[in-house]
Design a binder for this molecule. Sequence first.
Ligand code: ADP
Ligand code: MG
Length: 253
Amino acid sequence: MATQAIGAPGPVISAIGLEKTYRTGAVAVQALAGVSVDVEAGEFVSVSGPSGSGKSTFLHLLGCLDRPTGGRYTLEGREVQALTSREPARVRRERLGFVFQSFNLLARSSALGNVELPLLYAGVGDAERRRRAAAALTAVELEPRLEHRPSELSGGEQQRVAIARALVNDPAVLLADEPTGNLDSRSGAAVLGILRQLNRERGLTVVLVTHDPRIAAAAPRQLLFRDGRLIADSRRAGPARAGRAGTAEEVSR
Ligand code: ADP
Ligand code: MG
């Protein structure tokens, strides 16, 4: 098995008729009502829509944090439903990076210590761990803060540490759920700027959930959810991806 699809043709994310119904006692809530979408490697996609429209549910399914109740989801060519019990955890650890609204940093560890953690779990040795964590923190422009603890960092800086932690395993996709939700607009813009830069310069694939229309509009591709359905999928004209005609990026705004 193990259709090793890294670098293979085809979308990195492929959802076909994805459904999720939550059952609490006798009550069933259909959070996702059949969402079909492909995301290619190197894309930057925002997911927006009103509260309760299914954005987080969708991201959880993409992140193998939960299983769909209907439809199909393929990540890098792997049929996620076919994974056995422990494999989703491995896929999450090795192929996905997560950033949430709350930064979830260890208070007693430095920025470096926090970013080293996924590498520690992956069994990477001391020197290599430190080198890679420092490089990830440099990529989010935090090299002057390596030894700072979370309490010594601003909210925006803490979120950048969380982004570095999500990146340090070199994931195929970065999944972010309201990453600017706890930040003032300036720090939020800085965090968004870092994600855009990582996407442009390293080809990092990003799926960003936000209820903020201005943040959503900054993405080259925008998905809009309502009542568990994908109701719009729009792209800004732009040079974001190779092979596509490069026209002025701001034209459609
Ligand atoms: P969004 O992120 O767009 O605000 P969610 O995906 O969190 O929306 O939620 C979509 C719908 O599913 C909402 O009606 C919500 O109440 C419901 N829901 C989300 N998570 C659960 C859960 N674990 N159990 C039951 N219902 C849930
Ligand atoms: Mg949500």
